[in-house]
Write a protein that binds this ligand. Sequence first.
Ligand code: ZN
Length: 239
Amino acid sequence: METAIIRLRDILQNSDNIVFFGGAGVSTESGIPDFRSADGLYNEKYAYPPETILSRSFFIKNTEEFYNFYRDKMLYPDAKPNNAHIALAELEKRNKLKAVITQNVDGLHTKAGSTNVLELHGSALRNICMSCKKNYTVEVILESAGIPTCSCGGIIKPDVVLYEEGLDSSVMVKATNAIYDADVLIVGGTSLNVYPAAGLITHYRGDKLILINKSETQYDSYANLIIREKIGLTLSEAI
Ligand code: ZN
């Protein structure tokens, strides 16, 4: 086993206040592409870039076109938790991990068994009528055609944070507090380019900041341990 993973294992064994902060890279091993990466959705042939389609104003003005893209590229109903999700759920079960903070909207941490999951960008598994606030499952979105509508006639919107929309402040407060109080902070599968979410890790006060990412990030110089390996493999070997 690599030295870095042995060090990580040692750190995890000696802590009962671990917090994980993760991004799209956590779900790529489940077959969900990172739409910000070079081989992600940017290279797909759509009339607009993903960041335009996934914006509040586009959703309001071009709801049907939004849903065509959204059903096609953003929903992965058959995706299953991978080794990273499973290892983190196991650490929570052992009362060592206090929170998972994620930028992903796929719900895979919950599927893996994690219970304290802070979803900064919401969840594609939740969908809400914009008029009467009734809740709908993702199956309703997948099985509908065109614009999914509520029994009241209102438009159903995914409970995900679109571009131009603010993050849920109660989730942000919980995430900030979890990081502030953490003994060990593991950051994985994110290039830490997306604000305000990425700025959260500046609230960490400890001396066990672990970055697991294939490429460099702007926070590398703050890290106490950097592992440039696949996150699923790393976590499953380290727990
Ligand atoms: Zn309704």
